[in-house]
Design a protein around this ligand. Structure first.
Ligand code: GAL
Length: 441
């Protein structure tokens, strides 16, 4: 077998990602907490509860683990509901807590990346109609101003909104996220408000911090036509346009294009400094005239793809190449802001990580500027409507005791971060089954 190392550029950011509601615990004043209290919303009635107890201070030990694992960056989110618990009240203690976390990262020589909105939001916002109400744009601007003013001494890398496309789908089309609507027109309205709120936030951040770098994180889903039939191909293309393209395309050219209608949002033009890409998997798509609620499509995984523990994710690393190529089309640097797999036994994860990073390395050689990779996630956390049924952490979490469980991927990822690349020895050690694919010969 040949030996060698696929080296990443100097200064590449190696990190993991987390989100406030998923790790903090005791987060009771937001839409997701309220959602968890409703029957039938979360699988098995699971609740976020203490989560990973970051609000109780366990971020310290997890940041220690990340640092010991060679990571030089971490992406976390801050909870709007904690910082602005009521429309006319800011909570300085909450801001202090976040300040401490960011200082904690800096002192561990890790670059912080902060997400301002990651799915959960204050109850008062939901009461006024959430993202359907245009007033959310002013509200988000005010929150951004307050949070960035407080945190900018420690952070200059910002994600305004995490996965506006997944939020639109989950909260307003599939009804799986609060407020649980199934209303396509409302979804498009929400998306427009998110674009306008993002644009405002972008401007506010740059006004406060001229050297800031601001982007969003889009969940890029691969959509492959299941056949050569024109209607299957059209269906795959329509999903790509509506799911992947809608948000970032509008930030590029100011045109909100829903295929049926184009709306101009000129203030959005040029409001990204990098494209954040969350890539997990790729679907096969078939046109289905009876599946109105699934946008007239049937989606499934290719038969030969290895599936994750809960069948939620198929291991399709070529999708990473496609995602980065697509992101490169916006003419901006790219950051992989999430990528990972649910796997409590760590049987697929090592291979998933290695194959996705190898795919990333390959496409970066086509002269695409990718500045970092954040694995989802540092530690198992509350997976939204799927509760605790999925385990995405490099580190496992014992919910009863709060003990962290070291999975082999902890050491695998540490070798990658420390080497700043993928060494054949690492592959041989953690996923020999992909040696032939990654180091053929
Ligand atoms: C993403 C989301 C994360 C995490 C991940 C794995 O869509 O941004 O918060 O839940 O999926 O399910």
């Amino acid at each position: 077998m040949p030996k060698g190392t696929y080296i990443f550029p100097e200064g590449f950011l190696w990190g993991t990602a987390t989100a406030a509601h998923q790790v903090e615990g005791r987060n009771q004043n937001n839409t997701w907490y309220a959602w968890e209290q409703e029957e039938g919303r979360i699988i098995n009635g699971h609740q976020s509860g203490l989560a990973c107890d970051w609000w109780g201070g366990r971020w310290r030990e997890d940041f220690d683990r990340a640092q010991a694992g060679g990571q030089n960056a971490h992406r976390l989110s801050i909870a709007w509901s904690r910082i602005q618990p009521e429309p006319d009240r800011w909570d300085e203690d909450a801001l202090d807590r976040y300040r401490e976390m960011l200082v904690g990262l800096r002192s561990r020589k890790m670059t912080p990346m902060v997400t301002l909105h990651h799915f959960s939001e204050p109850l008062w916002l939901a009461e006024m109609g959430g993202w359907e109400n245009e007033a959310v744009i002013d509200a988000f601007e005010a929150f951004t101003r307050k949070a960035v003013e407080a945190l900018m001494p420690y952070c200059n890398l910002w994600v305004t909104i995490n996965e506006p496309n997944v939020f639109m789908l989950g909260a307003y089309i599939e009804g799986l996220f609060p407020p649980g609507k199934k209303d396509f027109n409302a979804a498009l309205q929400v998306m427009q408000h998110m674009i306008r709120a993002h644009a405002r936030a972008y401007k506010v951040i740059h006004e406060l911090q001229p050297d800031a770098r601001v982007g969003s994180s889009i969940n890029y889903r691969g959509f492959r036509s299941a056949s050569w039939l024109p209607w299957d191909r059209l269906a795959a293309k329509a999903l790509h346009t509506l799911f992947n393209d809608l948000f970032p395309r509008t930030l590029k050219d100011g045109v909100f294009n829903t295929i049926r209608k184009k709306t101009s949002i000129p203030e959005a033009i040029g409001t990204q400094d990098f494209v954040g890409v969350n890539y997990y998997s790729t679907d096969m798509v078939r046109f289905s005239p009876f599946a109105a609620k699934d946008m007239y499509t049937k989606r499934f995984y290719p038969e030969d793809a290895a599936l994750s523990e809960s069948d939620f994710i198929a291991n399709i690393p070529e999708g990473m190449i496609e995602a980065v190529k697509w992101a490169g089309g916006f003419g901006l640097p790219i950051i992989i802001t999430e990528n990972g797999v649910d796997d409590s036994k760590d049987s697929l994860r090592p291979r998933y990580i290695l194959e996705h990073l190898h795919a990333l390395w390959k496409i970066m050689n086509a002269n695409l500027r990718v500045e970092g990779y954040f694995h989802w996630a540092l530690v198992d956390n509350f997976e939204w409507e799927r509760g605790w049924t999925q385990r995405f952490g490099l580190w496992g979490l014992d919910l009863e005791t709060q003990a962290r469980i070291r999975r082999p991927s902890v050491d695998l990822y540490a070798e990658i971060c420390r080497t700043n690349g993928i060494a054949s020895d690492t592959v041989e050690k953690y996923a020999p089954e992909v040696m032939e694919t990654l180091f053929p010969g």
